[in-house]
Every structure is written in structure tokens, then in C-alpha cells.
Design a protein around this ligand. Structure first.
Ligand code: PLP
Length: 392
């Protein structure tokens, strides 16, 4: 009677959302202070004061019809120019406002980009572990996800990528800093990927597009990730301010088609067409103005480093195994019993909510989002210690 696939997607919900909803129910039953919710990547650090000031200023000074009305579908000229200027200044890379498309966050950037690129059956390569919604977005665009495992340290495995890329490969999605592993890919690793893509594109006589999914670009605890359009010309950047400015609920981001892309203008036209067909009329008008004014500013992201250090040091001292995250705000920890789902269920009984790794495309890990208050981390540690001791 209804669209079966949509019905299934709606009924299944994501494992992360399911756990989050469970957490909310549990908090109302036993009190929020007794539930240690590490399920969602919802920034707990407030947006910088500048964001609030800008909102107030805009509301006071702009006539309402101008403030809240539609902008051009691709975004206001001011916002698109601000993004292009920021890319030029921050990365010393070419950027053109006419190739910037403002979106409702990285999720929209990805769905629009994939719809712009894919025709039925085109393959899109993703590196596991990956953001689970990639599979939904690719399939919705008519594409076929091809999952390639990273190596034991969650670094890109070039040999595996080489085997996975076929003449039907339309795009490769790279997410660095990575959700959920916390890996930040080095310039060397990305140069190697770029030369593989050049070789494979030449062989297929059609460019393979590198989609750089960058909601965590600024959340980096060591060397910053390279700006991928400088390494590979056929790159489309999917960015959002959800994490960098803690604006996840406001839904604001962009797509930057690199001017170096083959047929960049045609690709941009396809992005506009995809946005149109998906009903993204324009990105939120107020927040286009806010981000244009605040571009380059971030929330106090150092707080995440403190959370990372605290949780990583404590958990490894209890005997948990995990690589120190280089970026984003997730700890990806080996389930001590080897079974992620079982361990996540067990953790629930200790009121600890952590996400099993199967939906990220790998087995045997749990993801702990540490974008939570210091207090939640401190009070959760005895439960983590008890859970680990069950398997010593
Ligand atoms: N890509 C990755 C890797 C993410 O982790 C997320 C959200 O957590 C998104 C995309 C979607 O981001 P947004 O909230 O900006 O749509």
C-alpha cells in the first residue's frame, strides 16, 4: 500500500536513534543523572557567544520578510561568497561562489551530491567503519554501496580499494576526522588515494568523484586533515556547521564543487537539480546569515580533547583496547567479550548507552560519543570499570 522501502526505513530506525530514544525513556524512569548516555553525536558544548549575538542583531536589524523569506535555491549570494572566501583563505585552494550550494547540514549535502552523481546501479565506495546513514543515502540515490574495510588501525587500505573500484564506480566517500573511529587521514594516505583514483578514472574514461564528508573538519587533536580538492581535482566537499559551531539542530551546511572538477559547472547544475528534486527549497535563511557572519569561528572544541583524554586514559587503564582518537568526538572501543551487540546490551543494564559497531560496517567494537558533560564521564567510570572486570 505504501512505499515498502520507506516504510521499512521508518520502522527500523537507526540503532543510534533507537538507543537515544531508549535513553530518554530510561531517564524519565530513573532520573537523567542515573543514565550515562553516550549514544548520539549531539554537541554538548554551546555555540560560541558570537552566534547568539549575531542572531539577536539580525532579528533586531533585518526586516522580517528579508530575514525569513526564501533565498535563492543554492543559497544567498552573501553566504556562498563567504564560504568561497573562507576556502580560499583557510586552505589556499581555489573556490568559486558560483559552485557553492548551501544545504540543511552534511546529511543533505550528501544526499544531494549522491543524487547529482548516481544513475541506477552506479557504485559508491565507502570505507568501513562508516556513518551508517551512507547506505541509506546511496541506495536512495539509486546507487549501490560498496563497502571496503580499513586496516586493523582503521587506516585506508589501498590494496582493498584497488580491488573494489570498478568501471561502475561513480564516487568514493571519505570521512576524516572519522565517525566512528576517530582516525584522521594523513596527507600521504590521501595522496595515495588520489593517485589510485586518477589511475582508475583514466582506465574507466570517466572521472571518479571523491566526496569529502567533513562535519568534523575542525575537531582535530593533532595535524589537521589535508584539504582534499588540493590533492584530487574531482572532489566535492560536503560540510556542515553541526559540530564546529554546535548547530546540529539548525541544519546548515554546504556543498563545494571544486573548480578543478571536470565539467564543474555541469556537475553544479546537477547538484541544483538534485536539490530541487529532493525538495530542498533553500537552506534555512536565518542561519545562512549567521554562518556567513561567523565563518571561521568555532565552539570551544578544546573541551572535547579534555573529554577524550579523560575517557581514553580511564578506559585503557581498566583494560579496554582502543586507538587514541585523532579527531571527532568518538572513542571506538573493542568489545571485551568480542560481541558488540551483546556488550552494548550488557552495558545498558549498567545504564551505560554505547552503540554496537555492526551498523558502522565492522564487528566487535562499540562507539562511545564523548560530546557529553565532564560529570557524565566521571560518574560513568565505575560502571565502565565493572563492565570490563566481567571479562578479565
Ligand atoms: N556525516 C557524518 C560522518 C556524521 O557523523 C554526521 C552526523 O553525525 C553527518 C554526516 C550528518 O551531519 P549533519 O548533522 O550536519 O547533517
Amino acid at each position: 500500500m505504501f512505499n515498502k522501502r520507506m516504510q521499512k526505513l521508518g520502522e527500523e530506525r537507526s540503532v543510534i536513534r533507537e538507543l537515544f530514544e531508549y535513553g530518554n525513556r530510561r531517564k524519565s524512569e530513573i532520573g537523567a543523572e542515573n543514565v550515562f548516555d553516550f549514544s548520539l553525536g549531539n554537541p554538548n558544548i554551546p555555540a560560541p557567544g558570537r552566534v547568539g549575538e549575531e542572531i539577536v542583531r539580525l532579528v533586531r536589524e533585518t526586516p522580517a520578510e528579508a530575514l525569513h523569506g526564501y533565498t535563492s535555491a543554492a543559497g544567498s549570494a552573501e553566504a556562498r561568497e563567504a564560504v568561497a572566501a573562507h576556502i580560499r583563505n583557510a586552505f589556499h585552494a581555489p573556490a568559486d561562489a558560483s559552485l557553492i550550494y548551501m544545504t540543511c547540514g552534511a546529511a543533505a549535502s550528501l544526499t544531494v551530491t549522491l543524487a547529482a552523481l548516481c544513475e541506477d546501479g552506479d557504485e559508491v565506495v565507502v570505507l568501513a567503519p562508516f556513518f551508517p546513514e551512507y547506505l541509506v543515502f546511496i541506495e536512495s540515490a539509486g546507487g549501490k554501496p560498496v563497502v571496503v574495510q580499513t586496516d586493523a588501525a582503521f587506516r585506508p587500505d589501498l590494496a582493498a580499494l584497488e580491488r573494489a573500484i570498478t568501471p561502475r564506480t561513480k564516487a568514493v566517500i571519505v570521512n576524516s576526522p572519522n565517525n566512528p573511529s576517530g582516525a584522521v587521514y594523513t596527507e600521504g594516505e590521501m595522496r595515495a588515494l588520489a593517485s589510485l583514483l586518477v589511475r582508475k578514472s583514466e582506465k574507466a574514461r570517466s572521472p571518479i568523484v571523491l566526496i569529502s564528508d567533513e562535519p568534523y573538519r575542525e575537531l582535530c587533536y593533532g595535524a589537521a586533515p589535508p584539504y582534499l580538492p588540493k590533492l584530487y581535482k574531482n572532489t566535492v566537499v560536503c560540510y556542515s556547521w553541526s559540530k564546529s559551531l554546535s548547530l546540529a539542530g539548525e541544519r546548515i551546511g554546504y556543498i563545494a564543487v571544486s573548480p578543478g572538477c571536470e565539467n564543474a559547472q555541469t556537475l553544479f547544475n546537477a547538484v541544483c537539480g538534485a536539490g530541487r528534486s529532493l525538495g530542498f527549497v533553500c537552506a534555512p535563511a536565518l542561519f545562512q546569515r549567521v554562518v556567513a557572519a561567523c565563518i571561521g569561528t568555532t565552539s570551544d572544541l578544546e573541551k572535547y580533547r579534555e573529554n577524550r583524554d579523560m575517557l581514553y586514559n580511564a578506559l585503557t587503564s581498566y583494560g579496554y583496547e582502543c586507538a587514541p582518537p585523532e579527531g571527532a568526538f568518538y572513542l571506538f572501543v573493542k568489545a571485551p567479550n568480542g560481541d558488540a551487540r551483546e556488550f552494548s546490551e550488557l552495558a545498558k543494564r549498567h545504564e551505560v548507552l554505547i552503540v554496537p559497531s555492526e551498523s558502522f560496517g565492522v564487528k566487535g567494537y562499540v562507539r562511545i560519543s564523548y560530546c557529553v558533560s565532564r560529570d557524565v564521564i566521571t560518574r560513568s567510570l565505575p560502571a565502565f570499570r565493572t563492565l570490563r572486570s566481567l571479562f578479565s
